[in-house]
Write a protein that binds this ligand. Structure first.
Ligand code: A3P
Length: 343
C-alpha cells in the first residue's frame, strides 16, 4: 500500500482546521458580535430616550426610508415658517435624530426654535416618546422598495451595478438599514403606547396635496393664512423640490458619492413599481402583507391591509394576529446590516 507523505497529511489537517474555524466564525462569532453590537446600540438608545423631556409642541416626522420623509419635512417647514428656503439643507431645520443629533450627543431639548421639528426613521419601539405630535408617513411598499433600490445604487457601497430583483429580495428579508418595512409600518399603525400620531399616505399627498397639507396643519394646530397657501403648495411640489435638489439630497450634508446615478428627488410617482417589478416578486410582497399588515384595530387610523398596501386605499381595521406580532418582534430583533445612510 502506497504511503501518504506526512506533508500532505499535515496540509490536509491544517486546511480542514482553517475551514472549521471559518465556519465557526461565520456561524457563531459574527452573529454574536452583531448581536452584542445591537445590544450596546440599544442601551445607548434607551439612555438617550430616557433623557428626552417631551413637549406637546414637538413635531416628529417619522417614516420608513423612501416613503416621502423629505416631502413631509418640507410641508412642516413651509407651515411653521415664512418658507423662505434660507437654509443650506433641510436637515438644518428638521435634523435627523439618529444621524445628526444622537451621534453628536445633541438632545432634542438643545434645539432652538418653536416648534422643535425632528426627522427620524426609527421603528415605533425606538422613538423617544412624549406628548408631542408624530407625523408618520407611509407609502406603498413596492414603490418604497424601488425608490430604495435607486437610493442604494447611489449611496450604498457595492450596489451600483446590482439588479433590482436582488435588492428586492434583500428588502423583503429586511437586511437593509432600518430593517423590515412590514415591521416598521405595522408597529406605527398599531401605536400601542397611544402616542399622538397622524398617519399620512404618500398616495394621498400625491392625489391632493392641498387636502394633505391642511390635515397636517390641523394636526399641528396651525391655521393657514389663505395668502400663504399658494406659496406652500408651489414649494412643496415635486418640480420646486427637484429644482432645489441640493437642499434635500444626502450630499447636502456630506461630500457627494463618487458616481451619482440618480437624483434624490427622483421620480415622485405613485405605482411606478408596475414598470419595474416582475409579478413573482409582487406576489411575494402581497403574501407578506397578508401575514404581516393585519391592521391596528384602532379606528383613528386608516389601516393598510393586504391588498391596499399596494393599491393605496383604506380598509376596515383588523386586529393584529399574534403570529404577525411575533414576526414583527423577530424582525425588530434581527441584526441591522450596516450598508450606509438611508437618508
Ligand atoms: P422616488 O424615488 O420614487 O422618486 P425620502 O424623502 O423618504 O427619502 O423619500 C424620497 C421619495 O420621495 C423619492 O421617491 C422622491 O422623489 C419622493 N419625493 C420627494 N419630494 C417629493 C414631492 N414634492 N412630490 C412627490 N414625491 C416626492
Amino acid at each position: 500500500m502506497a504511503r501518504i507523505p506526512r506533508r500532505k497529511i499535515h496540509g490536509a489537517l491544517v486546511g480542514s482546521t482553517v475551514s472549521l474555524l471559518q465556519s465557526i466564525e461565520r456561524a457563531v462569532l459574527r452573529p454574536l458580535v452583531m448581536r452584542l453590537h445591537g445590544k450596546i446600540e440599544r442601551g445607548k438608545l434607551l439612555q438617550y430616550n430616557l433623557a428626552y423631556e417631551g413637549s406637546p409642541g414637538d413635531i416628529f416626522v417619522v417614516t420608513y426610508p423612501k416613503s416621502g420623509t423629505t416631502w413631509l419635512q418640507m410641508i412642516v417647514y413651509q407651515l411653521t415658517s415664512d418658507g423662505a428656503m434660507d437654509f443650506a439643507h433641510i436637515d438644518h431645520v428638521s435634523p435627523h435624530l439618529e444621524e445628526t443629533l444622537m451621534p453628536r450627543g445633541r438632545h432634542i431639548s438643545d434645539l432652538s426654535g418653536t416648534p422643535r421639528v425632528v426627522k427620524s426613521h426609527h421603528h415605533y419601539r425606538d422613538i423617544p416618546k412624549g406628548p408631542g405630535k408624530y407625523i408618520y408617513g407611509v407609502r406603498n411598499g413596492l414603490d418604497v422598495a424601488v425608490s430604495y433600490y435607486h437610493h442604494a445604487r447611489t449611496y450604498f457601497p457595492g450596489w451600483k451595478n446590482r439588479p433590482l430583483n436582488e435588492f428586492f429580495e434583500t428588502f423583503m428579508k429586511g437586511h437593509i438599514p432600518y430593517g423590515s418595512w412590514f415591521a416598521h409600518v405595522s408597529g406605527w399603525l398599531r401605536n400601542e403606547d397611544r402616542l399622538n400620531v397622524l398617519i399620512v399616505h404618500y398616495e394621498e399627498l400625491s392625489a391632493d396635496l392641498e387636502t394633505g397639507v391642511r390635515r397636517i396643519a390641523d394636526f399641528c394646530g396651525i391655521t393657514i393664512d389663505p395668502a400663504d397657501l399658494p406659496r406652500i403648495l408651489e414649494r412643496c411640489s415635486f418640480a420646486f423640490m427637484r429644482e432645489h435638489e441640493q437642499k434635500f439630497a444626502l450630499e447636502g450634508r456630506r461630500p457627494p458619492p463618487p458616481a451619482k446615478t440618480t437624483p434624490f428627488i427622483r421620480q415622485g410617482k405613485v405605482g411606478g413599481w408596475q414598470q419595474d417589478l416582475d409579478p413573482r416578486l409582487v406576489g411575494e410582497f402581497q403574501k407578506a402583507c397578508d401575514e404581516r399588515l393585519r391592521g391596528s384595530g384602532d379606528d383613528r387610523f386608516r389601516v393598510l391591509s393586504a391588498r391596499d398596501a399596494w393599491q393605496g386605499g383604506p380598509t376596515a381595521p383588523v386586529p393584529a394576529s399574534s403570529s404577525a406580532r411575533e414576526l414583527d418582534a423577530a424582525a425588530d430583533d434581527a441584526p441591522r446590516v450596516p450598508l450606509g445612510s438611508a437618508g
